[in-house]
Design a protein around this ligand. Sequence first.
Ligand code: BG6
Ligand code: MG
Length: 221
Amino acid sequence: MKNYKYMKKAFIFDLDGVIVDTAKYHYLAWKKLANQLGFEFTKEQNELFKGVSRKRCLEILLDIAKIEATQEDFNRWMIEKNVDYLKFIENMDASEILADVPRVLQFLKDHKIPIGLGSASKNAKPILEKVGLLSYFDAIVDGNNVTKAKPDPEVFLLAANHLGVKAQDCVVFEDAVAGIEAANAANMTSIGIGDANVLSKAQFNFTDFTEISTDFMNDLI
Ligand code: BG6
Ligand code: MG
């Protein structure tokens, strides 16, 4: 039997693609900018943007288009993309929460397990507020708090620190390759949400939260 007395675990969730399907809105906003700059931006290319900071996304976009931008242009396009993204997410509500996420969050709350957010997005908090999940989180670490982007483990290590739990006792839910790499680098348990072939470096894989059973959660805590 497990000795629960000395066990203290924490769970850290990525936001985009794990809690809410905002990847489609990021895509639409980047596509608008790409079209305005005279080129196409495909859904396949958008895969490269998952878990990646806004700045890095624009660098990749300009690389794809072979556009050399001045610092001024670069800064302006970053702002334009975000203004468009904010318009897309303006009316988000609880209906955009991905299936069974509230069930898993509630399970953790019921078991008094600390819950953290580890996201690259600078828009994380307003999104959690809009969909009504903010109160579940004991710590939020997002693009405003980190200096190094995923796959660097900084975002998750900072979240573990805020939650007061050792890195090796944290479990991370991630939908991005860079995010799984970050969780592994942080020495945390990594759970891939999405395509298992893409997220092959994850310790556990699920298509979505509907596949995560109470038995599995009980084994983790
Ligand atoms: C990540 C997304 O969560 O946040 C990326 O997966 C996005 O696609 C990044 O670029 C930064 O988000 P934001 O909201 O700060 O532009
Ligand atoms: Mg993500």
